[in-house]
Design a protein around this ligand. Sequence first.
Ligand code: FES
Length: 82
Amino acid sequence: MLLRLGKPYLIADEDSSMYACICHAVTEAEVSDTIAAGATTEEEVGEACGAGTGCGSCLDRICALISERHPLHGRTPLRAAG
Ligand code: FES
């Protein structure tokens, strides 16, 4: 289903799950499931479900979904004192 909201098309499948990755038709729910199954990087998500391996415009959203489960994702690790 395509919904026109005055911006680029918002695309949802029949159960209203938003697509996180248009290039590979991967929903946010599928990306979240992939992360729950153990993917911790954008590369691992891409290897598991294909999301983010096309144009790359969805990588920020994939990163945000990873960060929801792994809050330190994308942050520079602190150096150990010593
Ligand atoms: S929208 Fe995900 S790679 Fe293009």
